[in-house]
Design a protein around this ligand. Sequence first.
Ligand code: SF4
Length: 172
Amino acid sequence: MAVHVIDEANRCLNCKKPLCRQGCPIQTAIPQMIQAFKEGDLNRAGEMVFENNPMSLVCSLVCNHEKQCEGHCIMGKKGQPVHISSIENYISDTVFDKLKIECMPKNGKKVAVIGAGPAGITIAILLTKKGYSVTILMLEIRLEEFYSTEFQNSAFPNPYWNVTRKSFWKSE
Ligand code: SF4
């Protein structure tokens, strides 16, 4: 059954000491994100999430939520935890195309990032915002293919390792 994100958001208690956030490896401001969403301010909710995690859209699908945010949610002690991943996914998916990423002026420095996994892409985005010229070195595979396989297997797919040629992504 599809999760109704508004119903799920309304179940959030906006805890003063949010255990969900403690369970998140990157400390996503979950109650604040949910409150902004409930107030109808999707842009603020999205900016809040993307500022902390540029890979929010991916993480909302592939993180181990049962052991992280949702596994720690207080509502799960006596029933079902708030379905945080669905709320985050809805916010990220809705706001993603409208996001304006502000970049500082180029600082003349170049950085190479090895690997286009979530960590590699995240650091590439953060450095680009700070004015670095970033090149990502990766094995040749289409990113969407990589991530769609990753969703299914939650591990690097074999083809990722089998391809030997390199390709490049550059921020400019
Ligand atoms: S622990 Fe659960 S109820 Fe409390 S703020 Fe987080 S999501 Fe909401």
